[in-house]
Design a protein around this ligand. Structure first.
Ligand code: NAD
Length: 516
């Protein structure tokens, strides 16, 4: 049994029967059968189903918002804006673009003009989507809809912290007419995740922590199952000296504290130019102290509770170390008396860069601030992290922002924006280093859901003849290839030097010399 709770109150929302481990093989069997039928539908038909899912989602939006607010704790506005709208947008985007992205792609051949090549995409089969609790609707649904348009079936395991939100995805897809078995949601914890992998999905789309990501990859390697890993982050915001302070502090505020900081792409580190550090911190603190913390169910709040009880241990460790090392708490640093909410926290000080709160993922409403003197120093500090998911640059000079962006070792850089591009269907999402492997969304992300088949054929019926390099090997063949090789030379005269030698052999061949 999995118990779903309201993180703002601790109240039990529902006890949900978990999927038995021995049920998993049957689930995969059903999925494999459903996948064959689903993949045999034309792409346009699958696109129609996606559009129908969008209609149902819009009809059921308030229901989904309620569930997100109750089970995850996020403010109603964030539930709508960051979880539902991106999916409505992606369903439409992939319904329209999917068939274009997945149609055959011609490859121009330089040498073999008598033949042609193209890429043909085909579904992977049954894929696994394993998800976290922080964006329990948008993250898995984005992957599920890409899997579906590409013709795959999905076995989906939502986080054990937010199973009811996961089941909403299933309900919406069923109601929209997705054929049975194409999407199956299973309920359970890590042990169920392990079981899913044992059943050899064609690919694993995992979003979660680095520690679990490594376990998933190790287990997947047993069966050579490919993995897509969307893992953690310690994202840096670089505030250049020309930045508008009101703009920069508002960006930092939303970057650091939306979803109560429980975002892989949260602004967890701010690198601000030393000349403006003082006024920046003053204004950032003032704004942070205006944020309204309250249970989202009552509405009118900016920050909800901490969703996952165990995450509080990370906050405790990071904050107590910072306190013991005399870091400066600009604001926050403590829980509310019921320990359900952590106050928006800004921490700085001369030793900040040595502390866990600056180096490790906190995954909460905690922002560590340091300074820099030169752009080179800012880039070096931003890149000195095991993570590489997202970074942002705040400046009035967009050219300069781009120059900095191109030096940052991350999957995404936002200039004068923060966090949000994981919700865009058109642009790729994913990280480098410990932040993961592979990309989601966009053309690049959709190709993660298909096998690529290269088809190489004669250009026309007229060009069907035996290839020159087939058996038996002859002297003429060798001389011809030698000439070929010479033709790669840069200089035209040099290219032609091999010609007489070739011609001699060719004439012998024409004369029917038996040695040729
Ligand atoms: P987690 O790694 O604890 O769990 C993620 C999922 O993996 C859950 O469904 C869990 O049940 C399952 N799981 C646990 N052990 C497993 C195993 N051995 N095999 C297979 N599955 C297993 O992560 P979490 O606490 O749910 O989420 C927080 C983390 O997710 C943070 O580190 C955050 O940065 C990351 N995250 C990354 C992105 C991204 O796009 N890069 C997005 C959201 C969250």
């Amino acid at each position: 049994m999995i118990t779903s709770r309201n993180p703002a109150t601790g109240e039990v929302l529902q006890n949900i029967p978990s999927t038995e481990l021995n049920e998993v093989p049957e689930i995969f069997k059903k999925a494999r059968h459903a996948q064959m039928l689903w993949a045999s539908q034309p792409l346009r038909r699958r696109a129609q189903v996606l559009l129908q899912i969008r209609e149902t989602l819009i009809d059921r939006a308030e229901d989904v918002v309620d569930q997100l607010v109750k089970e995850n704790g996020k403010p109603r506005q964030e539930a709508l804006m960051n979880e539902i709208i991106p999916i409505a947008d992606m369903l439409g985007y992939f319904a329209k673009r999917g068939p274009k992205i997945l149609r055959d792609h011609r490859i121009p051949l330089t040498l073999m003009k008598h033949r042609m090549s193209y890429l043909n995409y085909w579904p992977l089969g049954v894929v696994a989507v394993i998800s976290p609790w922080n964006y329990p609707f948008m993250l898995p649904f984005g992957e599920i809809l890409m899997a579906l348009i590409a013709g795959n079936a999905v076995v989906f395991k939502p986080s054990e912290v937010t199973p009811l939100v996961g089941l909403k995805i299933q309900e919406i897809c069923n109601e929209a007419g997705l054929p049975p078995g194409v999407l199956q949601t299973v309920i359970g914890d890590g042990a169920l995740g392990v079981e899913i992998i044992k059943n050899r999905p064609a690919k694993i789309f995992f979003t979660g922590s680095v520690a679990t990501g490594k376990k998933v990859m190790a287990a997947a390697s047993e069966h050579l199952i490919p993995v897509n890993l969307e893992l953690g982050g310690k994202d840096a915001m670089i505030v250049l000296p020309d930045a508008d302070l009101d703009f920069a502090t508002s960006a930092a505020l939303w970057g650091g504290f939306s979803n109560a900081g429980q975002v892989c792409a949260s602004t967890e580190r701010i690198l601000v130019h030393e000349r403006i550090a003082e006024p920046f911190l003053r204004e950032f603190k003032n704004k942070a102290e205006t944020l309204r913390m309250a249970p989202s169910i009552e509405g009118k709040n900016d920050l909800g509770p901490v969703t996952f009880e165990k995450q509080k241990q990370v906050y405790d460790r990071h904050l107590s170390e910072a306190k013991s090392k005399n870091a400066t708490f600009v604001t926050g640093g403590e829980f509310t008396s019921d320990r359900r909410f952590l106050k928006p926290t800004i921490v700085t000080g001369s030793e900040i860069e040595t502390l866990a709160v600056y180096n490790e993922e906190t995954f909460g409403p905690v922002v560590a601030v340091t300074t820099f003197k030169t752009i080179a120093e800012a880039v070096q500090k931003a890149n000195e992290s095991p993570y590489g998911l997202l970074a942002s640059v705040i400046t009035r000079n967009i050219r300069m922002g781009e120059e900095v962006a191109k030096q940052l070792a991350v999957g995404t850089v936002t200039i004068n924006e923060v966090v949000y591009t994981a919700g865009l269907g058109e642009t790729p999402w994913g990280g480098v280093k410990d932040s993961g492997i592979g990309r989601s969304h966009s053309d690049v992300g959709l190709y993660e859901f298909v096998n690529t088949r290269h088809i190489h054929r004669p250009r026309s019926q007229l060009s069907v003849f035996k290839s020159f390099w087939w058996f038996p090997y002859t002297d003429l063949q060798y001389k011809t290839f030698r000439l070929f090789l010479e033709l790669y030379r840069r200089n035209w005269l040099d290219k032609l030097k091999a010609l007489p030698h070739f011609l001699t052999t060719f004439i012998q061949f024409i004369k029917g010399d038996p040695r040729i």
